[in-house]
Design a protein. Structure first.
Length: 133
């Protein structure tokens, strides 16, 4: 049996990146955390997350199976290894992730023609309205 990776170790790369350090990026080694990306060239930012799934035996506290990486981009399941190259450049806080998620959901429900409701399209700056503050 193996010990599960502790949470602080899982998020060490992400924590260092948010602190302004420049941790090394290895294309074959996605790192758990919260990120932003664009799914269309010229589109709006969308939230993304990578996390490590662990099946832990409750009686021993050991891993019952291999740890697995998972990824969502704008609510859609994606391959974390394929997305990592793009996500590594844009780490954000969990609060920023939640904010982006809420903004896109609100826009989809209340302003279906807004860029935030259509993140898979480029923003047309000639026809898009300015945000209200």
């Amino acid at each position: 049996m193996r010990k599960p990776t502790p949470t602080n170790e899982q998020y060490a790369w992400h924590t260092a990146a948010l602190a302004g350090f420049k941790p090394e990026i290895h294309n074959d080694d996605p790192q758990p955390g919260w990120y932003r990306t664009k799914i269309a060239r010229g589109g709006v930012w969308v939230p993304a997350q990578i996390w490590l799934e662990q099946d832990i035996d409750p009686s021993t506290g050991q891993l019952a199976d291999d740890e697995r990486y998972y990824c969502i981009v704008n609510g859609q399941s994606k391959d974390p290894h394929a997305q990592w190259h793009w996500l590594a450049a844009e780490p954000i806080t969990e609060d920023e992730f939640d904010y982006l998620t809420e903004i896109l959901a609100w826009a989809a429900a209340h302003e279906p023609d807004s860029p935030e409701a259509n993140p898979d399209h480029a923003v047309d700056w000639f026809t898009s309205s300015l945000p209200d503050f």
